[in-house]
Design a protein around this ligand. Structure first.
Ligand code: SAM
Length: 257
């Protein structure tokens, strides 16, 4: 039976066996771990991840896929037909049961950021492997002094190492979308420590408030003398823009204000 793809749900199903294998190979789990798949669709990735022997929980919004997905037989899979953005992950996942929790998803692009934010807020994701639009991936991985570097790049890189898994041409999907994709992997790192994360996150948000403006303009409500002194230690000053500061620079400032 021909499936009636819903554009409004970002339904472009991955057909390329090699790409599916590359994604699944990037998931490093064992039987004590949990894989959370967002948007399994017709189960292209799901059919492979169950071979890892971990517990699997999938969230799929479209109940029309229930019949197809019910063909996937495993005692370790639980498929929930709900909107991932609306559920409370704590109702479905007992994180204390698992060594590691890995999120996987080939997601509708228009909700990529919302989904990533939700996973990060949940705070128990050890790894996230997701397919995103090329330019979105570039923003996530952007380094200082590049146009694509923004507050989200810093929030993400502060918590995760971000690596590219593979490129995926638009021709690997059905129906064929307008753009090519990249699969990226976020691996939780504990390499940075800040005294107060709230202060750190606020400082970054405020520093990028108006991207074209310099730090003196964006940080008017702060003690600018203090910030200037810290910046001078790293050979910078208030005429720099947020995009010129590294994560380490923001940590240094936030620890001292
Ligand atoms: N993973 C499959 C694959 O690779 O072929 C399907 C990918 S398709 C790009 C995205 C899937 O996410 C669709 O099955 C769609 O119905 C589902 N979806 C869209 N919005 C969702 C949401 N808010 N919560 C859960 N699933 C969603």
């Amino acid at each position: 039976m021909k499936f009636n793809y819903k554009k409004s749900l970002g339904q472009n199903f991955l057909m390329d066996k090699n790409k599916i294998k590359q994604i699944v190979d990037a998931i490093d789990v064992n039987e004590k771990d949990l894989i959370v798949e967002i948007g399994p669709g017709a189960g292209a990735i799901t059919r492979e991840i169950i071979k890892k022997n971990s517990d699997v929980i999938c969230f799929e919004i479209d109940t029309r896929l229930e019949k197809k997905l019910s063909e996937i037989k495993s005692s370790k899979i639980n498929i929930v037909y709900k909107d991932f953005l609306k559920i409370n992950l704590y109702d479905y996942i007992d994180y204390s049961k698992y060594n590691k929790i890995v999120f996987v998803g080939n997601l509708p692009y228009y909700i990529t950021t919302a989904i990533i934010n939700k996973i990060i807020e949940y705070n128990h994701a050890d790894e996230i492997i997701i397919m995103v639009q090329k330019e979105v991936a570039e923003r996530f991985m952007a380094k200082p002094n590049s146009k694509k570097y923004n507050s989200l790049s810093i929030f993400l890189q502060y918590q995760f190492d971000i690596k590219k898994v593979c490129d995926v041409s638009k021709n690997c999907f059905e129906p064929i979308p307008k753009v090519d994709s990249i699969v990226i992997k976020f691996i939780k790192n504990n390499k940075y420590k800040v005294n107060n994360e709230e202060v750190f996150y606020k400082l970054i948000k405020d520093s990028f408030r108006q991207k074209r403006k310099n730090l003196r303009n964006n940080l008017k409500t702060y003690d600018l003398n203090k910030i200037e002194k810290i910046l001078n230690q790293i050979n910078k000053d208030l005429t720099f823009r947020a995009e010129n500061l590294s994560i380490e620079d923001f940590i240094l400032i936030s620890n001292d204000i």
